[in-house]
Design a protein. Structure first.
Length: 130
């Protein structure tokens, strides 16, 4: 894909920073490695000819000009993801939707006020440490 990096060792990334010129992204993971990635995965590094720069600028201008068109929007939005990541995200969506549906049905079929609904922000907080 144009902007997606996937490797087997990318499970636990704890720190991410851009380089000073925003060309690279540095990531630190739990296996004590710092990895260096291109900020724009599909961008060519090194010296480019003026003709290449002009062509890239023209293509970017075309995308910006016609980004509202359905055909262009469909192509720009498309991402190729590895099957494992795609299926895991799909499974997670299914689980979250079914949990919401179950909670909604519990609320509908119980006495008013008997089930206290916790907000999404509060659900994320597991414990407070002082």
């Amino acid at each position: 894909s144009r902007e997606v990096y996937t490797t087997k060792r990318m499970q636990r990334v704890f720190a991410v920073r851009f380089s000073g010129d925003a060309t690279y992204v540095f990531s630190g993971s739990d296996d004590m490695n710092v990895r260096c990635w291109k900020a724009k995965a599909s961008e060519q590094l090194g010296i480019r000819l003026p003709r290449e720069k002009h062509k890239q600028a023209y293509n970017d201008a075309l995308l910006e000009r016609y980004k509202h068109m359905p055909e262009v929007k469909r192509i720009v939005r498309h991402r190729h993801l590895p099957a494992a990541i795609y299926k895991a995200a799909k499974m997670r969506r299914t689980v979250v939707e079914s949990d919401k549906r179950k909670l909604q049905r519990r609320i509908e079929h119980s006495a008013p006020g008997s089930i206290v609904v916790q907000t999404e922000r509060k659900k994320k907080i597991l414990a407070q440490v002082e």
